[in-house]
Ligand binder design. Sequence first.
Ligand code: XIL
Length: 356
Amino acid sequence: MIAGRKLYRFLMTTALAGLLLSGCKRTAVEPEPPAPITIRSEASYPWGAAVTPTHLANNAPYIRTARNEYDRITPENHMKMSFIHPEPGRYDWTGSDIVANFARQNGQKLHGHTLIWHQSVPDWVLNFDGDSTAWENLFRSHIQTVVAKYRGVVSSWDVVNEAFEDDGTLRNTIWLQKLGPGYIARAFQYARETDPAALLFYNDYGQEYKPAKMRAIVALATEFRRNNIPLDGLGIQMHIELRTDDAGIATALRESASTGLLVHISELDIALNINNDKNFQPNDALFAQQARKYANVVRAYRQNVPPAQRHGITTWNVGDADSWLLWYKQAPEFPLPFDVNYERKPAYQAILDALN
Ligand code: XIL
């Protein structure tokens, strides 16, 4: 990744050298003003956000923020099965293409989310009637079709999302029921066969407060390594709140990194309205606490994940106006580094300060 300010310094030096060599002709290029300092320009690893096509279509401050602030974007919903494969044999690429084109136009990487999950399973799959071969064909062809469509476009995939319960047992999903416990490994194999260049992630939530789940994920990584199942990284969603224990965050990062795999904080947000109070109003003190919490996460990432294993940090949504938590909690929430007008909150500066 070339950081903006680093690029600016390089261009300035080159322009100056050119000026001297050309006998200081006054036609030389006028230097542009310095690029603004952003988290993205200062971070040594990719900084990202989940985005959604509706906002990318016509929300000007959202578009400006999404374009300027991120090295990589993740479609919030539009690569999930019910969106991208709504009927048997019919794929709908409309939303995912909008996100992919936005990334391409802005020179950003694209993180695919998600091939296999127990949510966002379309009705036709829930009602599918077939033997184990038919189920395996459905599963394989979904993965292969979506990965092939975005071969060379999606640089990393959440292949399987949330396959474990908090106690570390396999979640009793339709995929487990129809395909057996080997489905996770086969999903990764099908994805690798289809796009050998894409980085493949296992993604989950709660590692920071559910040690049994964290252990199950590390065990999965160990088993995959022993059996030569392709796996490049672990995603820790990190939907947290002000009272989430910092020690748990550090432990989850350290144990994920202990596998030697890439580690992605894949869906970061920090909730303020912990009781889902319908009349909740934030205040400066809460925003200051939130800023400290964001700084703690960024510092914990630096302290516990070696540089070569840092896939980066992605926030789940861009600003407080488009947070999924507004819908999920049905209550006011302000969990992101940008406010409802896409202005920087105290969290933004705190992240910048904690980067290095
Ligand atoms: C959420 C989206 O943000 C919502 O818009 C949607 O209605 C439900 O899914 N963990 C994940 C994400 O892996 O895919 C979820 O996204 C949030 C929790």
